[in-house]
Design a protein around this ligand. Structure first.
Ligand code: REX
Length: 391
């Protein structure tokens, strides 16, 4: 089934499109009256038909289900297609929880930047100042970790060289952070500290260690106290090493490397291979609220947010700050957020610079480039408006 919530009450077309505009959410922490008083950003209106086409296309390309939600100045637009559960055939819902993968990295960066705001962490200090002898090079700084410029090898490249057997080997494993760092340090580093961008989960495993060392609390406690509770993110959890997703959720299905092999239900797993680099569970509503709050300046001082938003180019259309990606869309608008992939789930969560329009798009499969490409189209639908008709 496809549903899209695009406007008050009207029903579009014959494909079960249900339409609804929802009021501003208190979860963003901003009083609705103040939000309403601000001028609207000069953005084209979201392309709701395009958003519907995107979730259908993701399903057409092999995802059991896909969902997307836009929060725009207090209005909500939603689209879904396909199923949350291949056994029961329950239709996927935008209220379903899912595993967000590397979107977790922004949460981890926020905690560390708050600690910097509190003068408990110096971003330019060597990691080894806080975690003596952990890394083989005293020049690697905290800032380099958060910007993927440390040169630390990404151990997941080896773990998941074969996607299904790699996943099954770790599905129920519980790793310590030190074991994961140990896997990375067996391999040569990808570059000298600070010399180049090289995406690596290892960086955000070390970020988790830093959070726990500096606060003497688990990352779970810090995420909860600093982000989940203040923003009232009621669908957002860090349950490591528990293997289940609380409440109502979409099941996740890993696409095997061999074309034609059946999807693997990968819903239950410890996600211990990722932890502070990728183990958060959330919902579209909560991720939209999170990026709106972050970019709107409600989680960090303006000086720390500016540091998070100091970007270095990754390729022609993306750049990386500190736990934050920028994507430059073809219409000339740049959006800020993160992508995430864990077995069974692919996520895009991005917002405008002022945080006042945000998008989360999810498919409940992974390791399928065609699905991921289709889902990326949700960014254009959400932020670039309707495509001009071809003449
Ligand atoms: C692990 C393998 C992918 C997934 C990974 N995930 O590093 C982190 C993340 C947490 O979300 N990174 C993405 C598996 C890239 C991001 O930042 O957007 N792939 C799958 C394989 C490939 O096993 N052999 O697709 O499920």
């Amino acid at each position: 089934m496809v549903t899209a919530t695009v406007g008050r009450g009207a029903v579009l077309g014959a494909v079960a499109l249900s339409l609804l505009a929802l009021p501003a959410r208190a979860a963003t922490g901003e009083p609705a009256a103040r939000a309403a008083a601000r001028p609207r950003a000069a953005l084209p209106a979201p392309d709701t038909a395009g958003l519907t086409a995107v979730v259908r296309s993701a399903v057409g390309r092999g995802a059991p289900g896909a969902l997307a939600r836009i929060d725009d100045h207090g209005r909500t637009y939603e689209a879904t297609s396909g199923v949350a559960d291949r056994s029961t055939r329950r239709a996927i819902s935008t209220a379903d929880r899912f595993r967000v993968g590397s979107v977790t990295k922004t949460f981890s960066a926020v905690v560390l930047l708050q600690l910097a705001d509190e003068h408990r962490l110096d971003l330019d200090a060597p990691v080894n100042r806080y975690l003596p002898k952990l890394l083989p090079d005293d020049r690697i700084t905290v800032r380099q970790l958060l910007g993927h410029r440390s040169g630390l090898y990404d151990y997941t490249d080896d773990l998941f060289a074969d996607s299904v057997s790699g996943f099954e080997a770790v599905r129920n494993k519980v790793f310590t952070y030190r074991q994961l760092v140990g896997l990375a340090l067996k391999k040569p580093r990808t570059n000298a500290p600070g010399a180049a961008y090289s995406y690596s989960n290892t960086n955000f495993v070390v970020a988790g260690m830093l959070i726990e060392k500096l606060t003497r609390h688990s990352v779970r406690t810090e995420y909860e106290d600093r982000v989940f509770k203040p923003l009232r993110l009621r669908d957002t959890f860090y349950v490591h090493p528990a293997t289940g997703i609380p409440g109502r959720y979409a099941r996740g299905y890993l696409t095997p490397d061999k074309v034609g092999d059946p999807l693997v239900d990968s819903t239950e797993q410890t996600v211990s291979w990722a932890q502070s680099a990728g183990a958060i569970i959330s919902s579209a509503r909560d991720l939209d609220a999170f990026y709106s709050a972050l970019l709107g300046g409600r989680l960090l001082s303006s000086a720390r947010l500016a540091e998070m938003e100091r970007f270095t180019p990754v390729n022609g259309t993306t750049a990386y700050g500190l736990g934050l990606r920028r994507r430059d869309l073809p219409c000339g608008i740049s959006v800020y957020g993160h992508t995430g992939v864990v077995q069974g789930y692919s996520t895009y969560a991005f917002a405008t610079k002022d945080g006042r329009r945000s998008l989360t798009a999810v498919a409940n499969t992974s390791n399928n480039g065609k699905v991921s490409d289709a889902l990326a189209g949700a960014l254009d639908s959400a932020f670039c408006g309707r495509k001009a008709a071809k003449g």
